[in-house]
Design a protein around this ligand. Structure first.
Ligand SMILES: [Cu+2]
Length: 228
């Protein structure tokens, strides 16, 4: 989760998010390169007093500064498309979780099991404990097995919502009447936080998402306890 003074992205908890962070840093390096070059050119242009009555065009430099940005764009577009298609693909999931957005809470259905569904409300401030995070913790956490490919089905019951976990690199719109699909695999155990990311009404800020990532055997224990 994000803590104070964390200006960058959260640590990746899935292989896709790690790749997204690499891509983000890669684009930032290119931007740094361009900003440095352009500022250097602008400053030298302002600071010197050279004038020339005869220099009207420079074919060579003009060709160069037209083609160079196109080549730079290819270096951004290629890894970007690679990631886009990696995220689009659903790789033989071992579990499906359906999230339904409501005003203003999430409800979840584990459709691989019978009668395993629950609502997930934010813990109100009056019921805070030492171990809970304000505006982020829920009364019922989603429990998921780590290191397993998981398919998310996201929809809404009333208005638009958006199911988001920044450390997994997942953000999927929840639209009434539609089933949106995404997938991820969590690479470590822990608690992952997210919030609704579509302005959905008065309590939009108060419908967080909490995932408890656990080893598979603990997940099976949890499932058998929940479906008793
Ligand atoms: Cu919402």
């Amino acid at each position: 989760m994000t803590t104070w003074l964390n200006m960058s992205l959260q640590d990746g908890a899935s292989p896709i998010m790690e790749q997204l962070i690499f891509f983000h840093d890669h684009v930032l390096m290119i931007m740094l390169m361009i900003t440095t070059t352009v500022s250097y050119m602008m400053i030298t242009l302002i600071r010197n007093k050279q004038t020339s009555r005869f220099m009207l065009e420079g074919q060579m430099i003009e060709t160069t500064w037209t083609i160079a940005p196109a080549i730079i764009l290819v270096f951004i577009a290629m890894p970007s498309l690679r990631l886009l298609y990696l995220m689009d693909e659903v790789h033989n999931p071992s579990l499906t979780l359906k999230a339904v957005g409501h005003q203003w809470y999430w409800s979840y259905e584990y459709s691989d099991f019978t009668k395993l569904e629950f609502d997930s409300y934010m813990i109100p401030q009056e019921e805070q404990q030492e171990s809970t995070f304000r505006l982020l913790d829920t009364d019922n956490r989603i429990v998921l097995p780590m290191n397993s490919p998981i398919r998310m089905i996201v929809t809404a019951a009333d208005v638009l919502h958006s199911w988001t976990i920044p450390s997994l690199g997942v953000k999927t719109d929840a639209t009434p009447g539609r089933l949106n699909q995404t997938s991820f695999s969590i690479s470590r155990p822990g608690i992952l936080y997210g919030q609704c990311s579509e302005i959905c009404g008065a309590n939009h800020s108060f419908m967080p998402i909490t995932i408890e990532s656990v080893p598979a055997k603990y997940f099976i224990n949890w499932v058998s306890k929940m479906s008793e």
